[in-house]
Design a binder for this molecule. Sequence first.
Ligand SMILES: Nc1ncnc2c1ncn2[C@@H]1O[C@H](COP(=O)(O)OP(=O)(O)OP(=O)(O)O)[C@@H](O)[C@H]1O
Length: 383
Amino acid sequence: MDHAALAVLAAIASFFVVTVILAAIILICQHRKTTQTRRNNQIRTRPLRNPNHYPTSSSSLPVDASWSWDPNLKISMEELSRATKNFSNTLIVGDGSFGYVYKASLSTGATVAVKKLSPDAFQGFREFAAEMETLSKLRHHNIVKILGYWASGAERLLVYEFIEKGNLDQWLHESSPTSSSTHQNDEVSISIDFIRSPLPWETRVKIIRGVAHGLCYLHGLEKPIIHRDIKASNVLLDSEFEAHIADFGLARRMDKSHSHVSTQVAGTIGYMPPEYRDGSNVANPKVDVYSFGVLMIETVSGHRPNLAVKLEGNDIGLVNWARKMKERNTELEMLDGNIPREEGLKEESVREYVRIACMCTGELQKDRPEMPEVVKLLDSMPL
Ligand SMILES: Nc1ncnc2c1ncn2[C@@H]1O[C@H](COP(=O)(O)OP(=O)(O)OP(=O)(O)O)[C@@H](O)[C@H]1O
């Protein structure tokens, strides 16, 4: 082969090598771009996945300054990784604004729920501090128990007792006698190993009574705690359908000497009281009473609080609808069509329930009862 031919071959070979290198560079760049876009979407999808959720401002970050929590509650990352099979998607049981919740088995044999706050959820750090601080001191069978935590660098994990049957929102809005065992959201499948069939009337009342008892406990503490985010997805149900109030990320503790606490508006649209609409930035127990009343109406009717209900062809808010139905003595028409109609569903039971719900959702705070009175009324209502 002469020199000219060799030169041509060398040029072709160099051309191929350069092309391959260029192609590889382009592929790597594209991959990075896709990964970055996915990550950015994730940052955005967390808050957007719950567009009705109004968290508090993230202006201050009480992270490392407040690591004085009980060191006995600290659980190592190795243990949590092992217990969740390295945070396997197959063990995800919940998806909140600030991260996923996994079902996990600790080496002690205990089954627990592990909430892993997304490191990009700056706001989540505040929630973590608030939740840890508040929950670790509470003891009541209608309040979810916190068992431990892990915090290091940007990693924040909370460990709770595992509440088997998921949240009330799923039971109210994703039930059918043939419910499938997984629920697909935009990113993962959430596994459940039971069938959700529509809740009977007595079970709905039992759940509502449990929430009322839990709230009564919180408001009755020496320094009352206002939950500020009472809603169906924050009510977890155990195997006996006993309610456990969860998610204390927005909770505020009141000083004994004060009747309220000044804070940023927070909560979830549909459950927030009318005074927030008027610009009030104070929270007191009556805020929870209102959200609880909305939860009662949602539980009896199966209507989501943030969606309008049709009444005589007009769209009307859930609370106004309940009030109108009560005024017209048509409370029975409010009943969720999925409620199994066993013989003996007492009319007076539904009427009294709706009456209590309407009291709790009074427009003015002074018209709403306090939780001890609500508990008394609910415990003595006919079933
Ligand atoms: N202790 C637990 N046991 C079993 N499941 C749980 C537990 N804690 C949370 N979950 C599940 O994970 C879901 C997400 O919980 P999380 O508190 O993170 O968010 P959320 O309250 O549903 O949403 P948001 O953060 O928007 O208010 C819950 O709705 C519930 O289904």
